[in-house]
Design a protein around this ligand. Structure first.
Ligand SMILES: Cc1ncc(COP(=O)(O)O)c(C=O)c1O
Length: 367
């Protein structure tokens, strides 16, 4: 079976983990954590990047720093991972889902303003498949209504809103198994972000030698990952270009070889807006409807290729019904999500496996 995902491994991870062990520092905020954070800061230009134990925790930190209180409203797409919503619900937020654009599967930026009420506090755009939302429009609405903006995404981007949240889960371009990062783009939140992440203490200032002992100063939690995980991630960040190039090769190969099927109206391919550079996080195709997608996934499985669907819209999930409402009409969220199937995509995919995937997809349409 050609799997849908293989966790990225560049080959030097055991060496970096051994280094962490010989540094005699395996709790959080050691040398590898610092290297990873500096790398993210240099690459993105953010003020402050803080590694976290997951993307979920990066979002929880952002929700805490946004000072979400019971009854506050958060605007987000329904087509996203549960963590995007859950992080805010934990602090008592009410979810307001808006519809997506059918071409990128991202929040339709033009629907946000209509969803704003006097209780709205935060907008959470999600860059699906590593393709950016229309951030100019979203930031313009946010500034006009004085709202905070938190991003959730898998990789790159994340520097335009007040907070950017990354995941380094094993399904992501770079990984540490479970992990993430919060980018604190708005400098007014940096000091509190460090405190929140370190169990409500000012230990970060102590570690920098700015105070001679540390103490409990605010509420917080333990959001910092072990050095062992950071060491695994560091090996991959050192080879980030190689990982991205390799994934892009697979992405472009799929696109080029499936284009004739798309031109013949058999399926739809991902849309990359001309102003966006994507990171080949994911390759999906869209079938006619749910029935055809089910047959497609089953056919590929029988031929030894694992294809998977993606999010089941949150507004129709039990917790979504309980904690949220849909603003306006669900024109695209449910319909488009039911048509989408993801193809195998991982670092180090062989030429032979790429060819098998394409041959199998073509085989489905040739009957
Ligand atoms: C099963 C599963 N768990 C967790 C995650 C991501 O977790 P997090 O955003 O907390 O890093 C994903 C993918 O986004 C996933 O597919």
């Amino acid at each position: 079976m050609i799997p849908f995902n293989i966790p990225p491994c560049v080959g030097t991870e055991v060496e970096t983990i051994k280094q962490a062990i010989s540094n005699r520092k395996i709790c959080g905020d050691g040398a590898f954590t610092k290297r990873c954070q500096r790398w993210i800061e240099d690459k993105t230009g953010t003020n402050k990047a803080l590694l976290t134990t997951s993307g979920t925790d990066a979002l929880e930190m952002a929700a805490l720093l946004c000072d979400i209180r019971p009854g506050d409203e958060v605007i987000l797409p329904s087509y996203t991972f549960s963590s995007t919503a859950n992080a805010f619900v934990l602090f008592g937020a009410k979810l307001v889902f808006v519809d997506i654009r059918p071409n990128t599967m991202n929040t339709n930026e033009h629907l946000i303003e209509n969803a704003i009420t006097e209780k709205t506090k935060v907008i959470v755009p999600v860059h699906y498949a590593g393709v950016a939302c229309e951030m100019d429009t979203i930031m313009d609405v946010a500034r006009r209504y004085n709202l905070l903006v938190v991003y959730y995404k898998g990789r790159a981007l994340g520097t335009i809103g007040d907070f950017g949240c990354y995941s380094f889960h094993e399904t992501k371009n770079y990984s540490m198994g479970e992990g993430g990062a919060v980018l604190v783009n708005n400098p007014t939140f940096v000091e509190r972000a460090e405190i929140v992440r370190e169990k409500g203490t000012n230990r970060s200032r102590f570690l920098r030698g700015q105070i001679d002992k540390y103490t409990w100063v605010d509420c917080g939690s333990s959001y910092l990952p072990s050095e062992l995980n950071a060491a695994y991630l560091w090996a991959q960040l050192e080879k980030a270009d190689e990982i991205n190039e390799n994934r892009l090769e697979t992405w472009n190969y799929y696109y080029e070889h499936l284009k004739p099927l798309a031109d013949a109206g058999k399926l739809e391919l991902p849309h990359i807006p001309s102003e966006c550079e994507h990171n080949a996080h994911m390759f999906y195709v869209k079938l006619k409807n749910l029935q055809e997608r089910t047959a497609f996934i089953a056919y590929l499985k029988k031929q030894g290729v694992q294809s998977v669907f993606h999010y089941i819209p949150l507004h129709s999930a039990p917790a979504g019904l309980k904690f949220g409402r849909f603003s306006g009409e669900d024109v695209f969220t449910t319909n488009e999500s039911e048509r989408l199937a993801r193809l195998p995509m991982y670092y180090g995919m062989t030429e032979k496996d790429r060819q098998t995937v394409i041959r199998t997809v073509k085989g489905f349409f040739e009957g």
